[in-house]
Design a protein around this ligand. Structure first.
Ligand code: PLP
Length: 413
């Protein structure tokens, strides 16, 4: 008899965005003429830049010849892309990496979800709350998160990030945390961490033998020069942190699929017997066994964003989205809403005005009243209750139209 992995049964029935889609579809069925604008799901809308398209065409043409055809590539990624990453994302910031510390993947969702395979099932995990749901759900699937009660997992240490603490979580004192997930710039709050604050986490990790999983998927949106783009800008981080990157929001690769993960060679974790084991060879082993590489065409596309024209074009799209973010911040503030993020990240985190404290309730009111879709904050964790998230990824026109509708709806309420 095949026994099911019952940990899956403890998961909430649906992924957050599937729940949202269901509610939006129900609305559309009832109101077929309504023109719904989504500022909800974090997917990009602008086309790939010309440098990327050119590189993909060239790679496709190569694949059409017997000399240029490529079959399985290296599981860790092609050196041409690893070298471009090393030089442009790290050396340019004074960070020295070895090429075999960079693992190319099909995106940060897979890597942030799979990385927990490297650690024993009984490690304690700490997360900032609210949080990108993949971190906890992937731990829940193998039983590490415990059981869900009143919206919280029994074995997860939640570190609330709210307006009251300026979205800077307190370092947990009550209980030792073996593994901590940090994500900056943050999804969903759009807030960032200063070098000084990040240093505190690195020092905590070094002192307590804690492993940090650092998700830097939105680092390309940072404009403030004092905000770190990588945890390795902090001394000592090579001994305690794995870092995840994505080309999805940097260069519109949500459909192309490419990202990468850094596992430094100094990084170790303990066996029960107290022996130290290097994590870089373990991740290499894991990837070589379960992953057959990102497509050659996607990797050539990613390489193109590091060319001078690629950099310029990618930045132009980021600037486009950030114009939306700034417009959203100023409009929503002008309407009296309390909003956060949106300065170094494509997300706006808005406190729901008193009256409707439930974020799902506000989501429905906004959908039915203004035909605008946001994401209910509670979907990202208990501390997200009382907030909603807006994304800056729509077109200027749709963003402006959504804001006009929100304005009208707010005044009428
Ligand atoms: N990490 C965070 C914080 C995200 O918000 C997302 C996507 O929304 C991802 C990772 C996944 O990125 P990718 O498209 O590279 O899988």
């Amino acid at each position: 008899m095949a026994l099911v992995n019952e940990h899956f049964l403890k998961l909430p029935n649906n992924y957050l965005f599937a729940d949202i889609a269901k509610k939006v579809n129900a609305f559309k069925v009832m109101h077929p003429k309504a023109d719904v604008i989504t500022l909800g799901i974090g997917d990009v809308t602008q086309p790939l830049c010309p440098a990327v398209i050119k590189a993909m065409h060239k790679a496709t043409d190569e694949m059409a010849t017997s000399q240029g055809f490529r079959g399985y590539g290296p599981e860790q990624g092609y050196d041409f892309l690893r070298e471009a990453i090393l030089k442009n994302d790290f050396l340019s910031r004074g960070i020295h990496l070895d090429i075999d510390e960079i693992f190319i993947s099909d995106g940060a969702k897979s890597d942030t979800g799979n990385i927990q395979e490297l650690i024993r099932w009984d490690n304690s995990i700490g997360v900032t709350d609210p949080i990108y749901p993949v971190y906890i759900d992937s731990n829940a699937m193998i039983g590490r998160a415990g059981t869900m009660k009143d919206g919280k997992w029994s074995n997860v240490i939640y570190m609330p990030c709210t307006a009251e603490n300026n979205f800077v979580p307190k370092i947990p004192k009550e209980r030792h945390v073996d593994v901590i997930y940090l994500c900056y710039p943050n999804n969903p709050t759009g807030t960032v961490i200063s070098k000084q604050e990040l240093r505190k986490w690195v020092n905590y990790a070094l002192k307590n033998d804690t492993l940090i999983f650092y998700d830097a998927a939105y680092q390309a949106y940072i404009t403030d020069p004092d905000i770190p783009h990588s945890i390795y800008e902090i001394r000592g981080a090579r001994h305690c942190a794995i870092e995840f990157h994505s080309f999805s929001k940097t260069a519109g690769f949500t459909g192309i699929r490419c990202g990468y993960t850094i596992v430094p060679k100094e990084l170790t974790a303990a066996t029960l017997g107290g022996e130290r084991v290097e994590l870089n060879p373990l991740w290499n082993r894991r990837q070589s066994t379960k992953f057959n590489g990102t497509s050659y065409i996607s990797q050539r596309a990613a390489e193109a964003i590091y060319t001078p024209e690629g950099k310029e074009q990618v930045q132009a799209t980021i600037d486009y989205y950030m114009e939306n973010a700034h417009l959203m911040l100023s409009t929503l503030r002008g309407l009296g809403y309390q909003v956060f993020g949106g300065e170094n990240a494509p997300y706006i985190w808005m406190k729901i005005p008193s009256g409707s404290s439930q974020s799902w309730q506000f989501f429905e009111e906004l959908l039915y009243g203004a035909n605008v879709v946001c994401t209910p904050g509670v979907g990202f964790g208990p501390s997200g209750e009382g907030y909603v998230r807006f994304t800056a990824f729509n077109s200027h026109e749709s963003t402006q139209e959504a804001l006009d509708r929100i304005e009208k709806w707010t005044i009428q309420r």
